[in-house]
Structure formats: structure tokens, C-alpha cells
Ligand binder design. Structure first.
Ligand SMILES: Cc1cc2nc3c(=O)[nH]c(=O)nc-3n(C[C@H](O)[C@H](O)[C@H](O)COP(=O)(O)O)c2cc1C
Length: 404
């Protein structure tokens, strides 16, 4: 689910950075917009780094010059692309402009064009909060059905004590999650996602592994959980924190991963195999640390179990989504994998291209689907890509049911 996060020009603007992080952690795709005043308090770069997306700072930034009309009316695009608008901190000025329908900058123009859920988290000096003008504006906004996250009481930056402090980012994120309930299109699904590399030991201290960071699989788990699914994430060794609301099973080797996947296969309705599982493991793992000598050392490797193929054989009417990281012939390889492993969709990504694939925060993938479709998705953050994969998976299931 996509959220537009508007940041107003108040002292608490810095807390919106924590809110953006928490929302991303909960699987939302966050597009930050800052008012001119907000940029006096926090730099857009902070939000760009946290969300991986350019921050919108100006209504006219993309209008004119070489730009096309479609990028010039970005406020309309943002209004259409996002299902929720959160404003934190909502300044007294923003509350007034929203209440009276002014469209004098990007955020207020977006607000007027926006038809989704609106969550406003005001923060201001106690007297500004209590002022009848502010209270009347709040009343108007409440009557419009917007969620108002009441400010907390406490010591304020201006030196006063009283109501006006921005609600804790955790509370705003929780209210946003609750408001998103109606958009939980994966509710009732039980999804198993695999992520990360595996480690195949050579001796007690060394292992063979690969460059998978786990970010794509973690984004898939995060996105599915945010959309209401019951998610089990079987993760190889990675340094990522557990996604919010997901059951994480940490494993090490391909054999461990196979066991964990098979244990959860029975209950699953969708299986997404995003892990980069080792193809080989060391045949004779040394029980003690191998000593360095001047001699050449050879390792004997045996093939590991093919988890994707085994799930493909046992999947029944479950939806199976595989991944193919290739350096060439992407579509042909993805199609071959779909056929030989009995997948319903294979997500192909070219590794070795700039800024995508392993370790990167962005990805550019092509979906090869059982219906014969080949869908090239634009380069986007892994969380956005994850959401698109589930959008297409749901469409595919409908198409497969219709064809039966
Ligand atoms: C240091 C400083 C702190 C401010 N803090 C707040 C605040 O917490 N809440 C508020 O409503 N306005 C606050 N203001 C006033 C707003 O910045 C001002 O009304 C501005 O026009 C708001 O613009 P915006 O609503 O477009 O972000 C503050 C101003 C200054 C100079």
C-alpha cells in the first residue's frame, strides 16, 4: 500500500523521519512531501535516504522546461498513486489551509485532489492548539472523516507545558496501519517467503555463500504482512531486522532451508522463493579448522537439494513464485525455470547491472507468468517491486481459476 507523507514546518518535523522509517518497516511504500517551511527544519535528503524515493518539495519543480505535461501534474499523479495521506507534523497553518480548501503549495494542492484516507497528526505550541481558530479548523476536518491523531501533553520546545507535542511516531504508524485495514487484500492468505543466501560450511569457521542480501525477500514478507497475509519468512543468514508482523525462521544451510519450507508448505497458499540457495555443498565438512599449508586445497562439492523443484512437485493448487537471477538471456532462462520447476511465475532479474539486483535497494525485474505474459516492471524500490509481484500474483490466480 502506498502512503503520501506530508511534513509540515514545525519543530517536530524531525520526528517525521522516524515515522517514515516505521511506515516503511510496516511494509508501506512512502512518498514524502515537504512544505517549504518543513525544509527549514529537516533536509529532504534525510527522507530520501530513508525511503529510497525522491522527496517532493515544490509544486512547480517539474513543470515547464523539457518536462512533459504528465510529470508537470505530479500532484494529481501522487493523489492517484497513494491510498493514504498522512500529515505529520500538521502545523496550525496546514490545518487552516486544509479546512478552507487553499491550494497554495504541493501538499495543500495534493490534499484537494486526494480521495483516499487522510490521517493528520498536529503539533504546535499549546496556545496555538487551543486557539478557537485551530479548534474550529480541526472540527471541520474531523467532520470530513479524517483521522486526527491528537497531540500529547508535555513539555514543548517553546518552553510551555501542555497539549501540542506530536504524538509518538509509533502511535501514528499504528493508527495508519489500523486505517489501512480496509486495504488488506492478502487477508486470509498464508504466505511462505524465502530470503537471503545460504551458508554451506567447509569447516567450523569457514563457509561458501553468495552475495544475496535478503532485501528482496524481506521486502516481499513486509509487503505481504502489510496487506494482511499471515507470513512465514524462512531466512538465510542476513543482517536485516525482522519485518514487522512476520514470523521469521532463521536457517543456515540449503538443507535447513528445505526442512523449514517443507514444514510450512502444507498450510501455505502462496510460496515465494526469493532466496539464493547454494547449488552445491561441501561433501566432507572438516570437523576441525583446516590448517593453512603451502599445498593446493581442493574441495569436493555435491549438489544441494533443489527446493524449488521439490515444492513445484508437491504444490497442488498453491501459487509458486520463483526467482531467477541471471547475467544473460533473462526471459528464456526464467521461462525454462518456470517449466522445469512447475512455477506459476518466475521473477527474473539481471544481476550485474547498475544499482539493481543483489545488495541494492532498488530492483528492475521481468515477470514471466504461466499465462504466457512477460511483464517488464520499471526500476523501483524493492518494496514497490514486492507489492507489484503480489498484485500480479493475485491477478494470475484469478486467471488460473477462470481457466479451470
Ligand atoms: C522555530 C519555529 C518553530 C515552529 N514550530 C511550529 C510548530 O510546532 N507547529 C506549528 O503549527 N507551527 C510552527 N511554526 C510556525 C510555522 O513554521 C509557520 O506557520 C509556517 O508558515 C508553516 O508552514 P507550513 O504549514 O507550510 O509547513 C514554527 C516556526 C518557527 C520559526
Amino acid at each position: 500500500m502506498n502512503i503520501a507523507l506530508g511534513v509540515g514546518g514545525g519543530i517536530a518535523a524531525y520526528k517525521a523521519a522516524e515515522l517514515a522509517r516505521l511506515l516503511e518497516e510496516r511494509g508501506f511504500v512512502v512518498q514524502v512531501l515537504m512544505t517549504e517551511a518543513a525544509q527549514q527544519f529537516v533536509r529532504p535528503l534525510t527522507f530520501a535516504a530513508l525511503t529510497g524515493r525522491k522527496v517532493i518539495t515544490d509544486l512547480f519543480a517539474s513543470a515547464g522546461g523539457e518536462e512533459t505535461l504528465s510529470s508537470a501534474v505530479e500532484h494529481i499523479r501522487v493523489a492517484q498513486d497513494n491510498q493514504m495521506l498522512i500529515v505529520a507534523p500538521a502545523t496550525a497553518d496546514l490545518l487552516a489551509r486544509f479546512a478552507h480548501g487553499l491550494a497554495s503549495d504541493f501538499l495543500t494542492t495534493l490534499y484537494l485532489a486526494f480521495t483516499g484516507t487522510v490521517v493528520l497528526a498536529p503539533a504546535m505550541n499549546t496556545n496555538m492548539w487551543r486557539h478557537p481558530a485551530t479548534q474550529a479548523n480541526l472540527e471541520t476536518l474531523r467532520r470530513r472523516g479524517h483521522h486526527i491523531v491528537e497531540p500529547e501533553e508535555g513539555h514543548l520546545a517553546c518552553g510551555m507545558t501542555g497539549p501540542g507535542r506530536l504524538a509518538q511516531p509509533e502511535r501514528i504508524a499504528a493508527i495508519a496501519s489500523a486505517a489501512a485495514v480496509q486495504l488488506r487484500d492478502l487477508e486470509g492468505e498464508r504466505i511462505v517467503v524465502t530470503a537471503g543466501p545460504t551458508e554451506e560450511p567447509i569447516d567450523p569457521v569457514r563457509f561458501i555463500s553468495n552475495r544475496s542480501s535478503g532485501k528482496m525477500g524481506y521486502s516481499l514478507a513486509q509487503a505481504a504482512a502489510a496487506r494482511g497475509a499471515d507470513v512465514v519468512l524462512v531466512s538465510g543468514p542476513v543482517t536485516l531486522p525482522d519485518p514487522y508482523g512476520v514470523t521469521v525462521l532463521r536457517v543456515r544451510t540449503a538443507s535447513d532451508m528445505r526442512q523449514a519450507v517443507m514444514e510450512h508448505l502444507k498450510d501455505a497458499s502462496i510460496i515465494v522463493k526469493a532466496a539464493a540457495v547454494a547449488d552445491y555443498h561441501v561433501a566432507n565438512v572438516a570437523s576441525r579448522k583446516l590448517k593453512k599449508t603451502a599445498m593446493r586445497l581442493s574441495l569436493e562439492l555435491d549438489p544441494t537439494v533443489d527446493i524449488l523443484a521439490e515444492v513445484g512437485q508437491k504444490k497442488g493448487d498453491r501459487l509458486l513464485i520463483g526467482f531467477a537471477a541471471e547475467t544473460e538471456n533473462l526471459v528464456a532462462e526464467a521461462r525454462r525455470k518456470m517449466e522445469t520447476k512447475n512455477c506459476d511465475m518466475v521473477v527474473g532479474n539481471l544481476v550485474g547491472t547498475d544499482g539493481t539486483g543483489f545488495e541494492a535497494d532498488q530492483n528492475e525485474v521481468t515477470l514471466v507468468v504461466r499465462t504466457g505474459d512477460v511483464i517488464k516492471l520499471p526500476r523501483a524500490t524493492k518494496l514497490e517491486v514486492a507489492n507489484w509481484i503480489f498484485d500480479h500474483a493475485l491477478k494470475l490466480r484469478l486467471a488460473l481459476h477462470a481457466a479451470q
